[in-house]
Design a protein around this ligand. Structure first.
Ligand code: GLN
Length: 488
């Protein structure tokens, strides 16, 4: 049962071949077996899951089933869930139990899904290997004996979904946190257009970049999850009213004489990637050509400056967003001698090293001496990148690029902060521009590990992005069934 996709599971639930309770039981059993080893959940919610599943079965019996009724998912532990601990993988929120439900998790409740638990992540979503989590890093189920990273920051979600500890789930992507982990675990991860999914009730990292999105094993599944989680929300002033509603299977955007102009970013050609990545990326381009894609070279002149701009803007916003954790209203509080001392002790003990680094950088670039030279300059680069993408989309319909340079690295890789930051090279520009980008498996490397490539689109071309991703998925044809990935 664990190998079913969401699309397949829904069919079986509808026909009565399986029940939501059975399906949920299967996932909970597997979490019981492998959850500790993979460390992909911070909190498992078995009672809630069984109650959700029973309610789903009742709706199926009554003929009132909801769009995703009975589908067991994991929710990144950045989305506030009423009555269920929401930690952001930080000691600061270790015991925080929200009294409200985030819009995205509420939409999943409204769609009938079953909540298995809250998935692990980098602390406050700051990181690339999920190693900054206060609860320790999740493990990649591929070649598990090697203890590879499942990526970050949504690494708990990718670890869980790739191993069959959830059928699908949510992530958030501020600079690549859905796409990078999905790429190295053989999954489909979609960063939708900024504003398509509400940020309300999602612990804030960098508000102008934070983008909730789905992670799943197939493109169709990702489209189903995105349909559930997107939609206008009056509680988020940046929320769009465009909405997203896909019917699956998604219809082909190529083949049968259809053509499409597909752009390749010139500046990325100078970036070093593994031989496997190069080979698979080119192979998929040849495949797309064979069904009618016309390849054009496009230029995003400042794209290699995106990293520098991101690592100024994101920490700046984070330093402001995280100022609220001061031990006064909620979260950790460590009593000091006076007010200032309480702030200091609470924040020193509550935040991990990487989060502190970001707040120091963020505060520095916003200081009066640095604001003009760093923050404003980064804001200008951001504007230029967004404009260049708009221009590029006059020459092409969609753009392709790698999701990362290579396959999953060992969790104990000893990288400097700057080396971690550099891993985001292929992903941050899309956040700066607010445009949709989906990472889809493009094949297996020689070492047997999965690689991903991105399909990037104009604002609100999310459906087209997924449609092209589906062609790539079909050509790549990797087997990401959890029992195959885990060998059990
Ligand atoms: N790796 C990036 C960072 O550390 C992206 C994180 C994210 O998208 N949440 O900021």
């Amino acid at each position: 049962m664990i190998d079913l996709t969401i699309t397949e599971a829904l069919q079986k639930l509808k026909s009565g071949e399986i029940s939501a309770v059975e399906l949920t039981r299967a996932y909970l059993d597997r979490i019981e077996k492998y959850g500790k080893e993979l460390n992909c959940y911070i909190t498992v919610t078995p009672e809630r899951a069984m109650a959700d599943a029973a309610a789903s079965d009742a709706r199926y019996a009554a003929g009132t089933a909801l769009p995703l009724d009975g589908i067991p998912i994991g929710m990144k532990d950045l989305f506030a869930t009423r009555g269920i601990r929401t930690t952001a993988a930080s000691r600061m929120l270790e015991n925080f139990v929200p009294e409200y439900e985030s819009t995205v998790s509420q939409k999943f409740i409204d769609a009938g899904t079953v909540l298995l638990g809250k998935t692990n992540l980098d602390e406050f979503a700051m990181g690339t290997f999920s190693k900054t989590s206060y609860f320790g890093a999740p493990v990649n189920p591929w070649q598990m004996e090697k203890r590879l990273t499942a990526g970050g920051s949504s690494g708990g979600a990718t670890s869980a979904i790739a191993s069959g500890l959830a059928i699908g789930g949510t992530g958030t992507d501020t600079g690549g946190s859905i796409r990078f982990p999905s790429a190295i675990t053989g999954l489909v991860g979609m960063k939708p257009t900024y504003g398509l999914c509400s940020r309300w009730g999602c612990v804030a990292f960098a508000s102008s970049l934070d983008t909730p999105g789905p992670i799943a094993r197939t493109v169709d599944d990702a489209a189903l999850l995105l349909s559930a989680m997107a939609g206008h929300d009056p509680k988020d002033s940046t929320s769009s009213d465009k909405g997203f509603n896909a019917t699956v299977p998604l219809s082909p955007i190529l083949g049968d004489g259809k053509t499409l102009r597909v752009g390749i970013i010139k500046e990325f050609a100078a970036v070093e990637v593994s031989a496997d990545m190069k080979r698979l990326f080119n192979a998929r381009i040849e495949d797309l050509k064979s069904i009618g894609a016309e390849i054009v070279e496009v230029s995003i002149p400042n794209i290699l400056d995106a990293l520098a701009a991101y690592y100024i803007i994101a920490p700046a916003e984070a330093s402001s967003n995280l100022a609220r954790y001061d031990g006064m209203k909620y979260g950790l509080r460590i009593e000091g001698e006076d007010l200032i001392d309480t702030y200091k002790k609470t924040r020193a003990a509550g935040f991990g090293e990487e989060v502190q680094r970001r707040m120091i950088v963020g505060t520095a670039v916003l200081s009066s001496e640095s604001y003009e030279v760093y923050f404003m300059q980064a804001a200008r680069v951001r504007r230029m990148i967004a404009d260049s993408f708009n221009k590029a989309f006059e020459q092409c319909d969609l753009i392709l690029c790698p999701s990362g340079a290579g396959t999953a690295m060992p969790l104990d890789s000893d990288l400097t902060p700057l080396e971690y930051y550099a891993l985001d090279l292929f992903t941050v520009a899309m956040n700066l521009a607010g445009i949709p980008a989906c990472s889809v498996p493009c094949g297996l490397a020689e070492n047997g590990l999965p690689l991903g490539m991105q399909v990037v689109g104009k604002r609100f071309d999310d459906l087209k992005v997924l449609q092209l991703a589906k062609h790539i998925e079909q050509f790549a044809g990797i087997d990401n069934r959890p029992t195959k990935v885990m060998g059990k």
